[in-house]
Design a protein around this ligand. Structure first.
Ligand SMILES: Nc1ncnc2c1ncn2[C@@H]1O[C@H](COP(=O)(O)OP(=O)(O)OP(=O)(O)O)[C@@H](O)[C@H]1O
Length: 624
């Protein structure tokens, strides 16, 4: 960006900072504005008074009389200095109040929008890069307040010096501008280089932080120690840091070269200015007292202009990140989950997938779709099981069902109504979900369950019911502070649960939510045999009470009770039916093969087990 373009953009930059500041604390903003203007005006009056002092002191006559004449102006110089100091102090205090508030407002501004974007946006690499840059933008907004204040102050001070100089002699102002041009060019060039480098290295920095975090976080700590991963990660961290350092060194070298050129040019321009002043003096165009004031005004003006350029440059650099923040807010708005739509059936009789295909955004063009032309029915109030090998598309299907993604082709219909036209927020509220990688919130036990439905006040009765349902009641009673135990290791009073205990809490949370459709993705992978049995019984009971349950599991014996089983393979629906139907009649026999594989692992007729005896599966004997 050229100096000119930057000057043109300056008002817009200041305006956007002022808008943020007004939202954060209008009172503090007023204090800063008044203080900065007062400071500038007092400086201008001070300069004019200095001129009068010099004129009086350098006039003809006895020294006592000249000093006496200079006294009123000297008094004005003193008063303006005191007023200037008071104004600076008021401005510092106001800025200190404003800065943290502006950062908070800016942070909230993007967080508010980000929580409403589609899941696909959160997983999009480009959007993430913008998110990284925008996070930096919130602290930039905070710094912009300081720079903006400095810019306004320097502007007023420069205007004062420029006004005085113009009055003294019109040639002095362009000369003043000439001396500051090289420094402005250097500052701009360096800022541009720094921003471009930040953009190129933003993901690299994030990856570096990720590595260092892996070394200190409790979750990977056991593997880091037992597998000796620490030195390996550290080596990579060092090599990443070294390449980042090389970039910093390159930037510093480049900046030093630019500054050196600028310093040489500034020196030449200053020489020219003083030569011009000398000429004016020698030719008698300017009196000595005026030349003295001109030197002072030139110094003050050049200092203000240098500050102005430096701060505008800082402002511009920070504004680049704030612009990213604004861009993120715009994009988040465009990629937001649409609000409104038709009402979602309270208790759907059927949710149907009709020829649904879906490929994850950003996937390889040649990659097969995660779901390919899937048509199936999820009858209300029934237990529907989804089975299939790893990567067959089960989790993808439930994410589409819950409205987290939209199909690329085909339709999902709720009692005949296309899900695309339904109110998404309402749709989410119909679901309760325990996903494979459900969140282990670093909050208290109570919050970990109650977070399932934050829009209602926490109900003790409801909590107890959910805990009983998930078989988590005894476990919670045994915690050091019961429901109030903090489940965040590494914090005072923090407690760590086992994998199975966490899973029970996850199930309790889904139960607490009381959604009409319960999605349970591998709900028992970490549970002991007794707890697993209990959970499946509870799931069955829920359906008996009219709730729809969608169950994903690899434990095929546990889907015997399901009303319908859908079998997926490679993103396609391969067979559907009850357990008996799939075991007896299905020509594809995928479920049957998977089931046998699992059953054989238990080897009921294992000769090593005394008294072991193979008991034929009644469903299987028919098909065999
Ligand atoms: N967020 C994602 N982005 C891109 N591809 C994904 C994403 N999630 C899953 N996939 C891909 O989609 C396909 C189906 O994955 P999905 O998680 O639905 O399988 P699954 O049947 O649930 O597997 P598992 O039994 O291992 O949980 C896989 O090829 C997987 O690599």
């Amino acid at each position: 960006m050229s100096l000119w373009t930057m000057a043109l953009r300056l008002p817009r930059l200041i305006a956007s900072t002022v808008r943020l500041a007004r939202r954060a604390d209008p009172g503090a903003l007023r204090t800063v504005a008044v203080a900065e203007i007062t400071h500038g005006v007092s400086q201008a009056i001070g300069l004019v008074a200095v001129n009068d002092v010099l004129a009086a002191v350098l006039a003809a006559g006895p020294t006592g009389g000249r000093l006496h004449d200079a006294l009123p102006s000297l008094l004005i110089v003193a008063v303006t200095a005191v007023v200037g100091a008071l104004a600076t102090s008021a401005s510092t205090s106001g800025t200190g109040r404003l800065e943290p508030k502006v950062e908070r407002v800016a942070t909230e501004m993007y967080l508010e929008r980000v929580i409403h974007v589609e899941l696909a946006a959160i997983e999009d690499e480009e959007f993430h890069r913008l998110l990284d840059s925008a996070q930096y933008g919130a602290s930039s907004a905070r710094r912009m307040i300081k720079y903006c204040t400095a810019v306004v102050g320097a502007l007023v001070a420069f205007a004062a010096a420029a006004g005085v100089l113009t009055v003294l002699h019109p040639v002095l102002l362009p000369l003043l501008a000439l001396t500051t041009l090289p420094r402005s060019w250097a500052a701009l060039r360096n800022a541009r280089a720094r921003y471009a480098s930040f953009q190129r290295w933003v993901q690299h920095s994030r990856a570096g932080r990720l590595l260092s975090n892996l070394l200190i976080r409790p979750e990977p700590a056991p593997e880091v120690r037992v597998h000796g991963v620490g030195p390996f990660l550290l080596r990579h961290y060092r090599s990443m840091s070294e390449s980042a350092e090389a970039e910093q060194t390159r930037l510093a070298r480049d900046a030093a070269r630019t500054r050196l050129i600028a310093a040489a040019l500034t020196g030449a321009a200053a020489l020219g200015t003083y030569a011009a002043l000398g000429c004016l003096l020698l030719t008698g165009v300017m009196r000595l007292s005026v030349a003295g004031t001109a030197v002072l005004a030139t110094r003050s003006g050049s200092a203000s202009l240098a500050t102005l350029i430096l701060q505008v440059n800082n402002l511009y650099e920070e504004a680049c990140y704030v612009q990213d923040l604004e861009r993120l807010c715009r994009e988040a708005g465009e990629r937001a989950i649409p609000s409104g739509g038709s009402p979602v059936p309270e208790d759907p009789r059927e949710i149907r997938f009709e020829n649904v295909s879906f490929t994850y955004p950003g996937s390889d063009a040649t990659a097969r779709p995660a779901l390919d032309d899937v048509s199936l029915s999820i009858p209300g109030g029934k237990v529907v099981a989804l089975v299939g090998e790893n990567g067959s598309g089960k989790s993808t299907l439930v994410k589409l069902l819950a409205g987290l993604y939209r199909p690329d082709r085909g339709h999902i219909r709720w009692d005949g109504q296309d899900a695309d036209g339904l109110d998404r927020a309402e749709m989410f509220s119909r679901f309760a979900m325990v996903s494979q990688d459900f969140q282990r919130w670093p909050f208290t036990c109570r919050m970990n369950v109650a977070i399932g439905r934050t829009e209602v006040p926490v109900g003790e009765e409801r909590l107890a019911k959910a805990a009983r349902y998930a078989g988590a009641d005894d476990m919670i009673a045994g915690l050091p502070r019961g429901w109030d135990t903090l489940l965040a290791r590494g914090y005072q009073g923090g407690h760590q649960l086992s994998g199975g205990q966490w899973q029970r809490l996850g199930i309790a949370r889904a139960r607490y939510r009381e959604g009409r459709v319960l999605i349970v993705d591998e709900p028992t992978s970490a549970l002991d045999a007794r707890a697993e049995l209990q959970v499946f019984e509870q799931i069955r009971r829920l359906a008996d009470q009219g709730q729809t349950v969608l169950l994903i599991t690899h434990r095929l014996a546990s889907v015997r009770q399901a009303d319908v089983i859908h079998v997926l393979e490679g993103g396609r629906l391969r067979e559907s039916g009850t357990f008996e139907e799939l075991m007896r009649h299905s020509p594809a026999g995928i479920f049957r093969d998977l089931y046998r594989l699992q059953r054989d692992q238990f080897a009921e007729d294992d000769p090593a087990v005394p008294g072991a005896r193979r008991s034929p599966d009644p469903a299987e004997t028919v098909s065999l």
